[in-house]
Design a binder for this molecule. Structure first.
Ligand code: IVH
Length: 718
């Protein structure tokens, strides 16, 4: 595992305390920077938890918690498109590909689903669909409702009726070849049609399904494993996934894996190919695939009935022998599906309905405060441990002093806690009816719990700060930030080391990181010569990081990594920056007065100026060599809109998007008159025809590369 991925502790901690109110629509420059940082942080968390889930088969948060993180990220990216990046986990379809198995590229992206958490969102989904469809087609609208099986997605390839390849979903574009393991799944047809059905198999068929294990089989397996003192699994999903990702398929063969098939990804050379999802179920069933008998069909005129069924999906769950984590509603007709298209990785024509965030009651045992890197003090609820949706929750954010006062939350109260979509876990309100009179009103401490210095609440702010620069808790947080991946990226140096080295007195300011007494560290438990040498080297290597990383690492308020880069472009030397006036800094486009003031304030303090000098004398790069100062050139694809269709010869879809976006271009999902180029690969979709009809230019991947080169050259010459 990458040593710099967040540790389970930090990841879980952030998942618990990272909850924030959604940002105001009109955000200021400073708010924006915080939002950008939150987005970055969410991306890191999502990647980490995907890695645990898909690669290690060992998740440490529940699906609901993961969904909440993912949703928050998605919402922020939607609201603030300027912070979208092509490498965001929301752009990938999900998952990871490990190198344990051969990689297989899926013939079409194996997409995921958008979620609805309540009736309102489900109805809003239908309204969106109605709006998007031309009026004359709305009458054809019908839906399927299917259980959302909680297992492992598999992609099954049939060549002239023969099962030739089975893969995991991986990242949605590339999966892992687990054919030998899948062959052991008894309900998976190795040849279609099954039995003496008089039906020609299609020349090519690729279907998607979910491999799963019945709950009773899972429990029985765990019981036997526990008896033998062997590994048990957390839930049936993990059990199914772990079993199918075995290197030895004779192990898989011993496991009670089952299968439901629910989507046709590719069908070629079929006599009577299905034209709707409902027809596809029949078609697949006739070929001999296991198709779930619980699937349902509704006309649009029956949408109220559909809603009634969907919002009570747990009744379905309770009577099924396997786990489902919601239901999936899909537009039935393939033609209408095609017209509705996709947003990023999710089809517009389908939606997953999940629980509307369980709310539970528990006791608020205490309110403690956390000291952050900038000295901000956050109240945290200590809760009587309680299970919410399968996870034990022990603490939850309380945001700030005003939140507690406005809701009149008291220590000892019974409180309502939730982990609903987007925010995790959160105290919703106290249940005042259950008060006994023993509850205590909480007051924000007047002194810092770490250093004992008086706390300060700046006028107009809701946050309270410890302004003592020497506060030990802040120092630990500052060191954590300084060594973190986005900053000086010191491998092997994480929260534990920050805590330990400051507690031992080795680190009193950030420069001490470069003066660590390695001989002393060698005497500490768990710090053998090899580990210490690696750490020493990592510290050494970090001295040469670009100056903007150092500036970011200093942890100046409002100076996130983007701001830091912008500033270093204009002030390549921190000595120069130290003496710059607020006006000079605010003159940089993208730097507002609040940021400028914050930096000026930071460098007005002698210990901070001294820190830069010390870092310099210890060999840390504090000035960028002149030549490396980047000149801003216009980007070659600025202002151009692209659409991609079909499989490109070398780029994956995401790589092509990244290529275009890095050069300032925009990639959209549908062709219109404002599209400048449609990049066409193998097996293009209807977008090609549309481009031709509208007279939009079509180019190949090679021509795309040539276009980038030409325009880059033209920019350089001008
Ligand atoms: S449809 C484009 N239908 O749920 C179609 N997915 O994020 C998208 N899943 O891991 C998928 N049951 O594998 C669909 N009846 C069902 C499903 C289903 C389970 C899984 C899917 C994916 C997740 C959706």
């Amino acid at each position: 595992m990458d040593p710099e991925t967040p540790t389970p502790e930090t990841a879980a901690e952030t998942a618990e305390t990272g909850a924030q109110e959604s940002a105001p629509a009109e955000a200021t420059g400073e708010d924006l920077e915080q939002i950008r940082q939150r987005i970055e942080h969410l991306r890191e968390l999502v990647r980490y938890h995907q890695y645990r889930y898909y690669v290690l088969d060992d998740p440490i948060i529940s699906d609901a918690e993961f969904d909440a993180l993912f949703l928050e990220l998605q919402e922020l990216e939607e609201k603030y498109p300027q912070f979208r990046t092509p490498d965001s986990p929301t752009v990938r379809v999900g998952g990871f590909v490990s190198d344990r198995f051969r990689r297989v590229r899926h013939p079409v992206p194996v997409l995921s689903l958008a979620n609805a958490f309540n009736e309102e969102e489900l109805r809003a989904w239908r309204q969106r669909i109605l709006r998007l469809l031309p009026e004359e087609r709305r009458g054809e609208l019908a839906y399927t409702v299917e259980p959302k099986f909680d297992g492992l997605t598999v992609v099954l390839h049939y060549d002239h009726g023969l099962f030739v390849l089975g893969a995991t979903r991986g990242d949605g574009e590339v999966g892992e070849d687990i054919t030998p393991n899948l062959r052991t799944v008894r309900s998976l047809p190795l040849r279609i049609p099954v039995g003496d059905v008089k039906m020609e198999p299609p020349a090519r068929l690729v279907v998607r399904g979910e491999a799963y294990v019945d709950v009773a089989d899972f429990q029985e397996f765990n019981r036997r494993q526990a008896e033998r003192g062997e590994r048990t699994f957390a839930n049936p999903r993990n059990f199914a996934a772990g079993s199918l990702r075995q290197l030895d398929s004779s192990v898989t063969a011993q496991r009670p894996i089952k299968l439901w098939v629910y989507q046709i990804l590719v069908v070629e050379g079929a006599e009577n190919p299905p034209r709707s999802q409902w027809e596809a179920f029949d078609y697949l069933r006739n070929l001999g695939f296991p198709v779930c008998p619980e699937n349902r069909h509704y006309q649009d005129s029956q949408f109220d009935e559909l809603v009634e069924y969907v919002v009570h999906w747990h009744e379905l769950r309770d009577r099924l022998p396997y786990e489902i984590d919601g239901v999936v509603v899909k537009v039935d007709s393939f033609e209408l599906q095609e017209m509705l298209g996709y947003t990023g990785k999710d089809p517009r024509w389908a939606i997953a309905y999940k629980s509307g965030g369980e709310e539970v009651v528990t006791t608020l045992l205490d309110i403690q405060v956390n000291v952050g890197r900038t000295g901000v003090i956050t109240p945290v609820a200590v809760l009587e441990p309680v299970e919410i949706g399968g996870v034990i929750v022990k603490s939850a954010t309380l945001h700030n002093e005003d939140y507690i006062r406005e809701l009149d939350i008291r220590i000892g109260d019974k409180v309502l806690v939730t982990r609903a979509g987007g925010v995790i876990p959160k105290v919703l309100r106290p249940i005042k009816e259950l008060r006994t009179g023993q509850e205590r009103i909480w007051r924000m401490p007047t002194t810092c719990p770490s250093c004992g210095q008086p706390l300060v609440r700046p006028p107009g702010e809701v946050a309270v700060y410890c302004v003592n620069n020497a506060c030990p808790a802040q120092l630990v947080r500052r060191v954590e930030h300084f060594v973190s991946r986005g900053a000086m990226d010191i491998r092997g140096f994480g929260s534990k080391q920050a805590e330990l080295f400051t507690a031992k007195g080795f680190i009193k300011n950030l420069a001490d990181i470069y003066r660590l007494p390695w001989d002393e560290i060698l005497k500490l438990e768990g710090y053998g010569p090899k580990r210490v040498e690696n750490l020493r080297q990592a510290v050494e290597e970090s001295k040469n990081r670009p100056v903007h990383r150092l500036l970011f690492g200093l942890g100046i308020r409002f100076v996130g990594s983007v701001v830091a880069e912008l500033i270093v472009q204009h002030f390549p030397s921190l000595y120069r920056l130290m003496d710059a006036s607020e006006e000079e800094m605010a003159a940089i486009e993208g730097i507002g007065p609040k940021i400028a003031q914050s930096i000026a304030q930071y460098f007005s303090l002698e210990p901070n100026r001294q820190l830069i000098r010390e870092l310099d004398s210890l060999g840390v790069r504090v000035e960028e060599p002149e030549a490396e100062v980047k000149e801003e050139r216009p980007k070659p694809f600025a202002g151009l809109r692209f659409v991609i269709t079909g499989t490109l010869p070398h780029f994956t879809r995401n790589e092509a998007i990244a290529f275009i976006e890095d050069r300032g271009g925009k990639v959209t999902s549908s062709v219109s008159r404002s599209t400048d180029y449609v990049v066409v690969g193998e097996n293009p979709g209807s977008k090609l025809a549309k481009a031709q009809a509208l007279g939009v230019k079509t180019i190949t991947e090679e021509e795309l590369l040539a276009l980038a080169r030409e325009r880059e050259q033209a920019n350089a010459d001008s």
